[in-house]
Design a protein around this ligand. Sequence first.
Ligand SMILES: O=C(CO)[C@H](O)[C@H](O)COP(=O)(O)O
Length: 224
Amino acid sequence: MEYQLCPSILSADFNRLGEQIQTLEKQGVKWLHIDVMDGDFVPSISFGMPVIRSIRKESKMFFDVHLMVSAPERYIQDFVDCGADSITIHAEACEDLERAIELIRDAGVKVGISIKPATPINDISHLLEDVDMVLVMTVQPGFGGQKYIPECTEKVQELKEIIDREELNVDIQVDGGINDSTMETAMRAGANFLVAGSYVFNGDLESNVQRIQQKMQDISEKLN
Ligand SMILES: O=C(CO)[C@H](O)[C@H](O)COP(=O)(O)O
């Protein structure tokens, strides 16, 4: 099982974004989580293509682009063109989710689908064969620094059971409120990709990443 820490640049210091991404890369972080918000699907607005295009020039990390936008199918090719390696769209944001998945696949990048805390696994379970990753939001999407919603752990467990039963090759990502205690809860439930914003960027970035990666490795060794 592959485990990845996916730092969310939503919590980065944008005045030092390039430097902070380099620090992550030097510490061996492979995935960079990029939260795009449109002020419509979620109340807040973050950043978009120009920022991604700019950081792509300096980084070889895997760009995991999480589109918190309404009707994301409008922008898939644009995000691929500016450097996304995977695109995750929200089930709640698409009129035709199957078609949106197809568009991402046809654009040649990995496909993720995401659900908000209130959306049941049942709404997406029929699509698991068509995706590479499911992102289970463990806070309401829109803002960093919120508290993990404990009820979401059961959703991760339910999803993991389906994936194992059907012998599918689908990663489970969690996002929101990940910290020293919730990371273990989420990993025990079946999550293998952990998005973390404030946990990674608040305080000393380098020592945070070293500590979190060591902890992830210790937990994954216990689980395997
Ligand atoms: O998608 C997000 C918000 O919609 C963020 O990635 C998420 O909230 C991470 O921030 P934190 O780790 O501080 O909770």
